[in-house]
Write a protein that binds this ligand. Sequence first.
Ligand SMILES: [Zn+2]
Length: 238
Amino acid sequence: MSDMIQVTPRVYQLGGIVNVYLLKTSEDELTILDAGLPGSGRRILNAAQELGYGPQAVRHLLITHADTDHVGSLAGLVKATGATVYAGPISKPYIEAAKTPPHLSMIARMTTGALSRLAIRPTQVDQVVDEGDTLPLAEGIEVLRTPGHTEGSLSFYWRAEGVMFVADLLTTRSGRLEPMPAMVTWDAHAVAASTHKVLSMQPEIIAVGHGPAVATKTIKEYISQLQTSVPLTARPVY
Ligand SMILES: [Zn+2]
């Protein structure tokens, strides 16, 4: 077994520096959420195979945002599977030009900029998805605009499974949710507003881009902590 963790009956987390999620959205169709670092396509397809889905059964690739570590193996996955790529309207031009969206400090830009220029191939976004959409996968996967880490960041909510996929809106450390570091944040006020937005939907589990997924009890703690620590003067983003 690879280093894959079952988060819920139909959601699996393939961990590492960045998480890739495998969603059993039907018996014969697998959905993959985010595409990992460059060079991880084989590892992702092996994980799919472990769940009983060959490359042809990978039908949907949901992308939360255009960062190198989330679209690194997207081109290779599309080539191997022919799956449909879904992303938000603001991320789309970055994915299609293999460019990192503007949100990184100088130091972070120097490292990831070089990496993405070397390793990322432009990939066509087949379907633009946005706030208010419900993707017709399984019982429906809802799309939310959750700017903050990048301007174009989306979250995906598989309500029937209780999982909110927030990618890098938040991270987890020692079992607790926290915002991503300021040096990789586009707008901290937007992070706060988007965090309130996703938590107000009361998901059972928050699935993040970096770190373990976190369940209800910790979310409730985080909400009370946020209410005292995060200024609610953030401009509305929804
Ligand atoms: Zn990111």
